[in-house]
Design a protein around this ligand. Structure first.
Ligand code: FES
Length: 177
């Protein structure tokens, strides 16, 4: 008598089951708060990033499932807008203005200094995980450039020396050259 071949039963993995509990809660709260809105995806993504500081890639299947969208649709929106961060940021995020008025008063050399001091390019994080450096295009502080914002605190007329003071000179320990 021939043995019948066993066919494995596919195990259905619940979307978002592999997300850490705190992230899963943050995602579901954002979804539940905004799902009734027309075009709910963007406000949901903003709410998640405000809460977590980034959009964990493992959250995308859960968002897609909850909104009845395809994963590709959610992924397409997250990757289209550079504002949405797909990597966990450092403890603090520095938004350095790269718009024209700031560029005219030293933002270019400030950006070069910031990259050297932190040992990272834009969108990267210092080696000690303390600072993520992000470009931003106008912080509404054009008359007092160069401007930057650390987390939610705005600073104007920032020189390289002032930058070092703000981050605590050498504290980033990221291999300044
Ligand atoms: S151009 Fe930098 S704050 Fe407006």
């Amino acid at each position: 008598m021939s043995e019948r071949k066993r066919v494995p039963i596919p195990i259905r993995v619940e979307p978002g089951a592999d997300l850490p509990a705190a992230e899963r809660t943050a995602v579901l709260e954002a979804v539940n708060r905004h799902r009734a809105l027309e075009g709910a995806l963007l406000p949901i993504l903003h709410a998640i990033q405000d809460r977590l500081g980034w959009i964990p890639p493992r959250a995308l299947p859960l968002i897609a499932y909850e909104l009845n969208l395809s994963r590709a649709e959610v992924h397409g929106v997250v990757t289209f807008y550079h504002y949405f961060r797909q990597h966990k940021p450092g403890e603090h995020v520095i938004f350095l203005c790269r718009a024209e008025a700031c560029q005219a008063v030293g933002a270019v050399s400030l950006a070069a200094h910031a990259k050297r001091a932190l040992g990272t390019d834009f969108h990267g994080t210092s080696g000690d995980g303390r600072y993520t450096l992000e470009p931003v295009y106008c912080l509404g502080n054009c008359a007092s450039g160069p401007s930057l914002m650390i987390d939610r605190e705005l600073h104007g007329r920032v020189t390289p020396e002032r930058f070092d003071q703000l981050i605590g000179a050498g504290a980033a320990g990221a291999g300044a050259a």
